[in-house]
Write a protein that binds this ligand. Structure first.
Ligand SMILES: N[C@@H](CC=O)C(=O)O
Length: 302
């Protein structure tokens, strides 16, 4: 039986599957469905497709629609979130409407363009998405990749004035190793609004990241049983999943030395899901990297 513990959208353990590719380069919808069902059956609270682990920006509109519909069907009634990031507001709005028509329970947006955006551009972009559907929206803050960094005050304003219900933020950055979740919560409290404060970055989550309403993770979609156990320990203050945490941490650490998509696709294959190589320009894992992952998979706790 699937157990969900989230009090609202974007809470709990949120798994981000890769989008497996078939030999002809098209999305392998059966393999994707297996990942989605596997994560939810293990106890993940929701899945998010077409984000960075799912290589969302590499698929055209019709491919995106197939991916979302396959994920929604595999999820049964569990929530499927869809990342709709694109470099134009027109496409973000189209992708958002398409996703909601296909059954998405929530939308994620990482505002980006060729060059870093400013607050006014981000605000118009996010508002356009929020106005286009009734689905709750999660702001995906990716400062290292997009050059735009969400301030806690601006986040609180978006929560107050739009359908933004959540943020996904890196658990740690060189410029702010800790304290981000607390800063976001403080800004929400001073605006008298609430939202899910979620963190990403597997190594930090599995080590000593601050408490967060949600963990957003690609690795959880590939090793959901272990990740669910570790998240449960963190929420309950227990230590039942010591071996699982140690193993996941070793895998997550190894992945940081690889190209992100190539590492996840290789790991998916080694764990039994045919994923193919990611679409270029993303590089596949090298043979030596696959060997590292194979050794780690062999050490998976039973
Ligand atoms: N980076 C991942 C999820 C975890 O952060 C993604 O966007 O798919």
């Amino acid at each position: 039986m699937r157990v969900t513990s989230h009090p609202g959208p974007f809470h709990g353990l949120l798994a981000y599957p890769v989008t497996p590719l078939a030999a002809d380069g098209a999305p392998d919808l059966r393999a994707l469905a297996d990942l989605v069902a596997g994560a939810l059956d293990a106890g993940a609270d929701a899945v998010t497709v077409l984000a960075s682990s799912g290589a969302g920006t590499s698929f055209d509109r019709s491919e995106r629609d197939l991916v979302v519909r396959a994920a929604v069907a595999a999820a049964a009634s569990a929530p499927v979130h869809v990342a709709v990031s694109a470099p134009t507001t027109r496409d973000v709005v189209r992708f958002g409407r398409d996703a909601v028509d296909a059954g998405a329970a929530g939308l994620l947006i990482a505002p980006f363009a060729y060059g870093p955006l400013v607050d006014d551009e981000v605000e118009a972009h996010v508002r356009a998405l929020c106005d286009a559907t009734a689905a709750p929206v999660c702001f995906y803050n990716k400062p290292l990749q997009t050059g735009y960094d969400l301030t806690p005050e601006f986040f609180a304003r978006l929560v107050r004035e739009t359908t933004v219900h959540a943020v996904k933020d890196p658990a740690t950055l060189p410029a702010r190793p800790r304290g981000r979740a607390a800063a976001l919560r403080a800004a929400l409290a001073s605006s008298d609004v609430t939202a899910s404060v979620g963190l990403s970055m597997d190594v930090a989550l599995l080590d000593d990241a601050e408490a967060a309403d949600a963990w957003h993770t690609g690795l959880a979609a590939l090793a959901p049983v272990e990740y669910v156990a570790v998240r449960r320990d963190r929420v309950d203050g227990t230590e039942h999943a010591v071996e699982a945490r140690r193993w996941l941490l070793a895998v997550a650490t190894a992945l940081t030395a690889m190209r992100p998509l190539g590492g996840l696709h290789a790991l998916a294959e080694l764990l039994g899901t045919p994923a193919g190589a990611p679409r270029g320009p993303a590089l596949a894992a090298t043979r030596a990297q696959v060997d590292v992952l194979r050794d780690l998979v062999a050490q998976r706790p039973t």
